[in-house]
Design a protein around this ligand. Sequence first.
Ligand code: C5P
Length: 216
Amino acid sequence: MKVITIDGPSAAGKGTIGANLSQRLNCFYLDSGMLYRQIAAWVLADGASLTEESDVKNIVAKKLPFLKWVQGYVPSEDLRAPKISDAASKIGVFQEVRRLANQYQRDLVSASSGWVIVDGRDAGTVVFPDAVVKLFITASPNIRAKRRYLQLIERGYTSDLYELEEEIIQRDLRDQKRDIAPLKPAPDAYIIDTSEETIDESVQRVLKYLEKYIDA
Ligand code: C5P
């Protein structure tokens, strides 16, 4: 299997670009944010504290071995709720949680053949450092807040653009400043700023870049 990693902050376009590429390459696409969201939802449902590492780790160790993930899997659209986004970035700071989540991702990917796309925060730096292609997708916080706002409204959530921008900035800071696997581009990543582009333009740009790695 050959891995393409897509890292970057929230709402930069990783998901849309990743899903589009996986359709074109007809390959497995793993949205690791959904995995962290699923873990956060387990912790919230259990009533455990999001800041107690050993409790969170025990929940993950108990539940993760039974989580079945297949192509296109979205555990539940409810996992996209802002409360879960916030909780996911809190439990994502724990080393043991990340170790288990990383192993889960590597097992899934090694069971696949052909190309595999993994979208996350540390996919190219920590989880798959030997990935063939590493992309880092970013955009300004204001643009990302607008995109996430429209997505949330489309999915039926109520939202406030200014609060959302603040929440995105806080979550990015937590992702960038954590000691373990902070959000940052791998030294060999291709960095794409999508602030001034439509999603189609970004996808075209990525496809052009991939030409040297993939036979059309
Ligand atoms: O990508 P998404 O916005 O769905 O991720 C939700 C949160 O999960 C992120 O803000 C981040 O804190 C955490 N996460 C992570 N590592 C990943 C994917 C997501 O820490 N590989």
